[in-house]
Design a protein around this ligand. Structure first.
Ligand code: FO1
Length: 341
């Protein structure tokens, strides 16, 4: 297994990437690991382009992330943020630390010079030997907005940027639908299609299926590239025992009519081939699926539908458990290749 490509969002994706990196270093030292990271959480704030999932992945792989807060840099201060707040710049519900701001200032400075996002990411990550090639899903802006009933004007709809829906309202306003503004004009970032074509394993990290993974697959050409890839596509359930591991995936899944359980998430991604039933056979991407042992009962039915499913411990408590999940994904991929799926 030499070329592994992981589609990932923020925190869950970062932890999984740590495990996959460790596992490949141990088992396949000549392997390359590429992360295609969600950019639909991104936003303009205080004149700066903020890219939360890319930053979370970069900081985590560099060992600089704040594990307590779940975002930003460890050892952070908020002197600039306090000054901006005094002038009413930015949002009180979206805190940017000083070190974190420096990355956004550098990013915005390059973007204003015409440097595309994938090159900005390459420059930012060059400071730390993280051992993973980071690619934004797209260089273009395709931000997730969440349409809700306007709490101040009953009967009318309000479109919120995902970050406001999540960090200000904690996803408490039921989402009527999700929209990715600018999606039709977006293209896979340079390197993304080549990485998928050269992959020997593609993994959907245990990130939010709706606002982190679907938002990557929705970019024109991305889903087709997965379906056309010769590599097995293995997903890791972000739902354990009917509950999300963290974040707001349950609120998101409910909003699109998908049950918050390990089987429904797999069927949402759909089987790429095999005796699949249900609505997703024409757009399905999955060959394999990992569920936690508490969800072992869904393995047989999903396998019968064309999604080879295994039950393994899925709680990423520490680097060792994350590496074990990565090992399980690699083993499942080997089996799928043997079965020539
Ligand atoms: N999440 C919060 O809940 N509150 C915040 O104030 C906040 C600030 C923030 C700043 C930079 C950044 O990269 C991420 C930040 N996040 C914050 C987390 C962010 O909402 C998540 O990383 C993802 O976008 C959602 O999973």
């Amino acid at each position: 297994m030499k070329n592994v490509v992981v589609l990932a969002g923020g925190v869950g994706g970062s932890r999984f990437l740590l495990g996959m990196r460790d596992q490949l270093r141990a088992q396949h030292p000549d392997a390359t690991l590429t992360a295609i990271v969600n950019t639909a959480d991104d936003l303009w704030l205080a004149g700066l382009r903020i890219t939360p999932d890319l930053d979370t992945v970069l900081y985590t792989l560099a060992g600089l992330n704040d594990t307590q807060r779940g975002w930003g840099r460890v050892g952070e201060t908020e002197r600039v943020s306090a000054e901006l707040a005094a002038w009413g710049i930015g949002h009180p519900w979206f805190t940017l630390g000083d070190l974190d701001l420096s990355a956004s200032i550098a990013r915005t400075s390059w973007l204003r010079e015409g440097v595309p996002l994938h090159e900005v990411v390459s420059r930012l990550q060059a400071r730390w030997p993280i051992g993973v090639r980071l690619l934004p899903a797209t260089d273009e802006e395709a931000e997730t907005h969440v349409v809700v009933d306007d709490p101040d004007r009953p009967g009318s709809e309000l479109s919120l940027h995902f970050q406001e829906w999540w960090t200000r309202y904690r996803a408490s306003l039921p989402a009527l639908r999700f929209e990715q503004l600018g999606l039709a004009e977006a293209h896979p970032a340079p390197g993304v299609l080549d990485a998928l074509a050269a992959a020997e394993l593609i993994v959907l990290a245990p990130s939010n299926p709706v606002v982190s993974i679907d938002t990557i697959l929705a970019i024109p050409g991305l889903r087709e590239a997965l379906r056309a890839s010769p590599a097995p596509v293995v997903g890791v359930s972000p739902i354990i025992g009917g509950a999300v591991v963290r974040g707001m995936a349950d609120a998101c899944l409910t909003a699109i009519g998908v049950a918050t359980d390990a089987a429904a998430a797999a069927r949402h991604y759909g089987a790429r081939s095999g005796a699949a039933s249900g609505r997703n056979t024409s757009v399905g991407v999955l060959d394999g699926w990992l569920v936690d042992e508490v969800d072992a009962s869904v393995a047989a039915p999903l396998t019968a539908e064309g999604i080879e499913t295994r039950a393994v411990p899925l709680w990423m408590r520490d680097p060792a458990t994350s590496a074990a999940i990565a090992a399980a994904a690699l083993e499942l991929a080997e089996q799928l290749l043997r079965d020539d799926r």
